[in-house]
Design a protein around this ligand. Structure first.
Ligand code: ATP
Ligand code: MG
Length: 557
């Protein structure tokens, strides 16, 4: 007997981690998720969260949550709270390892003085424009600043006066002294510190200078003994600077950076700056609008943590950028809710059907909560002589392939009876307002003793018992695959991305539905209860339709 586990298909990050553990390069894995608290987390961040926390958990290590709060003005407490809520909601935990880059400001400053003393950093008194001009380009080398050869003492004095707040914003910067000829622009004496007389949400007015991301990030990793610093591909060209800092600063540990492809999704925008515009310009109701690709939006829409984790796993971790079809995300939530969401009947666009030969006051039928999972039990659904069916389940003059209700035709009402349409009632304008029907008492429970089988089974709701609900139907927020491809992405907003149905008819069991719970409305899709729900009115969001109708509709247009 062998105890060996079957070989797993490892992505390149997990291969590196396993190798490092195997060779003893590291005894354990420490990763970090480093959000900048300047917006809500989105589905791209979810990929990074699942990777960082996932790798740590799989190899018995840990993952720190570290705020990359080196930028004084933009960060807000609302975002901090939302980030922590979202990471926990996704199912991950940093335990006691919650950190802030701003906690390290003093250490980062001390290391900057050390670099100056080592002749590896200098204060540049050039303007931002001059520095930019001296940087050169992809094809031309940079040129040295006239301040590049300042002596250590002068540099130390100037840097300390920067720190003391003696200079106005933009008048001086601290730069690393690396190589103005480097083919990699990031290595041409990058700026390490700039002056910003601006309050910080944690350090207040203590610091008039702030470290640049490229300086703070690797050193924060080193302070936290991060073993594998996982980031997206845009940072590949910054890795030589990352390594230079680890090499040239007397850091307590030697983390390494690895880059993976960021998640791109079609029919949406993902950068926080653009999401912020959607919110600020009120194209959506907020960061948690169910059309937003934010975790808060997906949650409100009815996505489950498992569906998002599953999505991240299916997308995988690779080194090449690509665009993932949002249909995959929808597939993942459908797959999860199919197993877990109880079924209910609800009619979005109701058409009254009067069953003329039904004499009783009404009766209750038992129906399973989930035909795929008997352990979810059953519930009772009331039936009466007037029911609502979906308007488009009836056609007065049905074409050949239409098998649902039509004059003279018999259909099954799910779990109840077979009914036959006997008449159509119209208003003055010729609109159908009601149907007349008869039912067959022998088909009680939804089966005929003679074995006849109608071609269609419809969902329905008893009119006397129906509960009026508001149902919000969502479509893609943008009507093109790549909203950013040309011009202003806001020009590509889908004007029909939200349709509100004020009076959908639901079976009475949903009266007690609580916000956040999920249902499958039979034949229609998955819906979840919106936090706008009150004791008087339940509000539902359509999470996703039962089948992917988008591809079909798009093909027709
Ligand atoms: P945005 O472009 O939305 O502003 P960002 O990268 O500036 O994103 P951060 O808060 O700095 O936002 O990101 C935190 C972490 O999440 C980083 O490690 C970043 O690489 C990762 N991340 C951000 N966007 C994606 C994405 N689309 N796919 C995978 N990881 C991402
Ligand atoms: Mg960032």
């Amino acid at each position: 007997m062998t105890t060996e586990a079957p070989p797993r298909n490892l992505d390149f990050i997990r291969e590196i981690v396993e190798e490092d553990l195997r060779t003893g390069r590291h005894q354990s894995v420490i990763t970090r998720f480093p959000p900048e608290p300047n917006g809500y987390l989105h589905i791209g961040h979810a990929k990074s969260i699942c990777l960082n926390f996932g790798v740590a958990a799989e190899y018995g290590g840990r993952c720190n949550l570290r705020y990359d709060d080196t930028n004084p003005t933009k960060e807000e407490v609302e975002y901090v709270d939302a980030i922590e809520y979202d990471v926990h909601w996704l199912g991950f935990d940093w335990g006691s390892h919650l950190y802030h880059a701003s906690d390290y400001f003093q250490q980062l400053y001390d290391w900057a003085e050390e670099l100056i003393r080592d002749g590896k950093a200098y204060v540049d008194s050039s303007t931002a424009d001059e520095i930019r001009a001296m940087r050169g380009s992809l094809t031309e080398a940079g040129t040295a600043s006239p301040y590049r050869d300042r002596g250590v003492e002068e540099n130390l004095d100037l840097f300390r006066r920067m720190r003391a707040g003696e200079f106005p914003d933009g008048s001086q910067v601290l730069r690393a002294k690396i190589d103005m000829q480097s083919p990699n622009i990031n290595m041409r004496d990058p700026v390490l510190y700039r002056i910003r007389h601006a309050g910080h949400h944690r350090t207040g007015d203590a610091w008039p200078i702030y470290p640049m991301y490229d300086y703070a990030h690797p050193l924060s990793d080193a302070i936290e003994s991060i073993t594998h610093s996982l980031c997206t591909l845009e940072y590949e060209d910054h890795r030589p600077l990352y390594d230079w800092l680890i090499e040239n600063v007397r850091v307590p540990s030697r983390p390494r950076q690895y880059e993976f492809a960021r998640l791109n999704l079609n029919y949406t925008v993902m950068s926080k700056r653009k999401l912020l515009r959607l919110v600020e310009e009120k194209h959506v109701s907020g960061w948690d609008d169910p059309r937003m690709p934010t975790i808060a939006g997906l949650r409100r829409r009815g996505y489950t943590p498992a569906s998002i984790r599953n999505f991240a796993e299916r997308v995988g971790v690779a080194k090449r950028e690509n665009v993932i079809d949002v249909g995959l995300l929808e597939f993942c939530v459908r797959e999860d809710l199919n197993k877990t969401a109880p079924r209910v009947m609800g009619v979005l666009n109701p058409l009254r059907v009067v069953i003329e030969n039904y004499q009783s006051d009404g009766e209750w039928f038992e129906t399973p909560n989930n035909p795929e999972d008997a352990s979810m039990g059953a519930r009772k659904v009331p039936f009466s002589g007037v029911v609502y069916i979906e308007r488009d389940d009836f056609m007065e003059e049905p074409p050949k392939k239409f098998f649902r209700l039509a004059p003279g035709r018999e259909v099954r009402l799910r779990s109840a009876y077979f009914i036959t349409c006997t008449g159509v009632v119209k208003d003055d304008r010729g609109e159908i307002v009601e149907l007349r029907a008869t039912y067959d008492p022998a088909t009680r429970g939804g089966d005929a003793p003679d074995g006849r089988r109608p071609k269609a089974t419809l969902h329905w709701v008893s009119a006397t018992h129906a509960v009026d609900c508001e149902v919000r139907l969502y479509d893609r927020l943008f009507n093109v695959e790549d909203p950013e491809a040309s011009g202003d992405f806001l020009l590509n907003l889908n004007p029909r991305s939200l349709e509100t149905i004020p009076h959908a008819k639901l079976e009475p069991s949903i009266r007690t539905a609580s916000p956040g719970s999920h249902y499958q409305f039979e034949r229609l899709g998955y819906f979840s209860v919106d936090p706008d729900t009150t004791t008087d009115k339940v509000v539902f969001n359509r999470t996703v339709t039962l089948k992917d109708t988008w591809a079909k509709l798009a093909a027709k247009e």
